[in-house]
Design a protein around this ligand. Structure first.
Ligand code: F6P
Length: 319
């Protein structure tokens, strides 16, 4: 292995830059050359890349977003696009590729591995939804962004005795909603992993009201339904008129927390080690605080772990 490539793909997440920096510096430390590929798989297909030196990744560890840019690339989902990518990798004498992204990006990395090109996946997504790892880069920063918003909404909810629905991202996973709901003291949390019962939610809200609670915070994961749809159901079925706040892409931005920077550095470095060992078709991650590498197939055969104890706790604490 003499030269590796690195790209970021899919939805950006805070800490991706710290991961890129770690990949580049760890690789150079081991006398490897690094090509930074811009705009994810789209850039790979087009050969949009440049040699990265130590200084190219200076001053990015604290920045949100991705200095390599990102994209969602439809062409790469087809084999023809993947073959073009392999051609570019060969043309540029790249021997291994580090892909930083979510499960869609991993699918691409698996496809390249199956075409004979060694790839390693680094989990970068605010959704915290990749099977096989307890954590994905960006989750902690996004979580703190959500909590900051919930705290602010709570101020106005309290002042006006209002109910608020806060819709958070997470795609099909409820981690962001569950963690932020618990940390933000939400009365009710709706996540895709647990079927929602609107009558039960209404009953809980009413019970709080009867006890003298004048405001309420309801956190709904986008994978359950939109905040607006929930508002309509609560109004129709329980005569509760809630205000809706959709946090949207604000959740993806911002300077990464210390946790995201440290974990991104560890995982980026681990990915280079995996390639140096001659292994491809692997993902890196954390399990029980250990930095690990595991087979890509596990990502696609496994399920994202849902912490039902935490869900039960949030219900107990919000009576
Ligand atoms: O996967 C990250 C994520 O932010 C999800 O939480 C969200 O559903 C999706 O990406 C939004 O994607 P886009 O920015 O392409 O609309």
């Amino acid at each position: 292995m003499k030269k590796i490539g690195v790209l970021t793909s899919g939805g950006d997440s805070p800490g991706m830059n710290a991961a890129v920096r770690a990949v580049v510096r760890k690789a150079i430390y081991h006398d490897l050359e690094v090509a930074g590929i811009f705009h994810g798989y789209q850039g790979l297909i087009e050969g949009n890349m440049k040699k990265l030196e130590l200084g190219d990744v200076g001053d990015i560890i604290q920045r949100g977003g991705t200095a390599l840019y990102s994209a969602r690339c439809a062409e790469f989902k087809e084999e023809a696009g993947q073959l073009k990518a392999v051609e570019q990798l060969k043309k540029n004498n790249i021997d291994g590729l580090v892909v930083i992204g979510g499960d869609g990006s991993y699918r691409g990395a698996l496809a390249l591995t199956k075409l004979g090109f060694p790839c390693v996946g680094v989990p970068g997504t605010i959704d915290n939804d990749i099977p096989g790892t307890d954590y994905t880069i960006g989750f902690d920063t996004a979580l703190n962004t959500v909590i900051e918003s919930i705290d602010k909404i709570r101020d106005t909810a309290t002042s006006h005795d209002r109910s608020f629905i806060i819709e958070v991202m997470g795609r099909d996973a409820g981690d962001l909603a569950l963690w932020s709901g618990l940390a933000g003291g939400a009365e009710t949390i709706l996540i895709p992993e647990v079927p929602s019962d609107i009558s039960e939610i209404a009953r809980r809200l009413k019970r709080g009201k009867d006890r003298g609670k004048k405001h309420s915070i309801i956190v709904v994961a986008e994978g359950v339904m939109s905040g607006q749809a929930l508002k309509e159901q609560l109004l129709e079925k329980a005569d509760i008129d809630a205000h809706v706040s959709v946090l949207g892409h604000i959740q993806r931005g911002g300077s990464p927390t210390a946790r995201d920077r440290v974990i991104a550095s560890q995982l980026g470095a681990k990915a280079v080690e995996v390639l140096l060992n001659g292994d491809g078709g692997m993902a890196v991650g954390i399990q029980n605080r250990e930095i690990i590498a595991y087979d890509f197939e596990e990502v696609f055969n496994g399920n994202h772990k849902f912490d039902d104890r935490m869900y039960n706790l949030s219900n107990e604490l919000s009576i």
